[in-house]
Design a protein. Structure first.
Length: 162
């Protein structure tokens, strides 16, 4: 079982760590280092100094993103400003459908994980977070809240890269 979890984590290209025992699922501070940018199937963490556009998203306790679909241009570096208007923790995670499913399963087993990944923003109630991402391939890429129960209830969206 431990090998399966390790393989899943490696497949995601993620660094997970156990939380400090409180109920919060928080994000460690992310910083941009071009030497450490990890290329994913849909792009990579973007340089915050080279953002082309800011897209604002709202997360709610109705388990929805507003808007739930956004369109970006190939090569564009986008800053997603994500606001949590609800009373519970929410997150936005960019990925492929398979990556999101694997991560959602891990979240069920380890709901208090901490993350420091460029494709994730974990946002406390009433707060805001951001993701800076450069999209390098055309296609449709999902994003979701992977807090246990949220993904299965339909808290998902889509980025269309043209």
């Amino acid at each position: 079982m431990n090998k399966l979890i390790t393989l899943a984590l490696l497949a995601l290209g993620s660094t997970f760590a156990a939380a400090h025992g409180d109920a919060m699922h928080v994000t460690a501070k992310k910083s941009y280092d071009p030497a450490k940018v990890e290329e994913r199937s849909f792009g990579h963490g973007g340089n915050p100094k080279k953002v082309n556009r800011v897209i604002r998203l709202e997360m709610s306790d109705a388990l929805r993103f507003t808007p739930s679909e956004v369109t970006v241009k190939l090569g564009e570096t986008v800053r997603f400003m994500v606001h949590n208007g609800g009373q519970q923790l929410h997150e936005m995670v960019l990925g492929t459908t398979e990556e999101l499913k694997v991560h959602a399963d891990l979240m069920k087993k380890f709901p208090e994980m901490e993350h420091a990944n460029a494709n994730m923003a974990h946002v406390a109630p009433g707060a805001s977070g951001d993701i800076v991402w450069q999209f390098t391939r055309r296609g449709e890429y999902p994003f979701a809240c992977l807090i246990p129960g949220h993904y299965g209830a339909g808290m998902v969206g889509k980025v269309i890269v043209r």
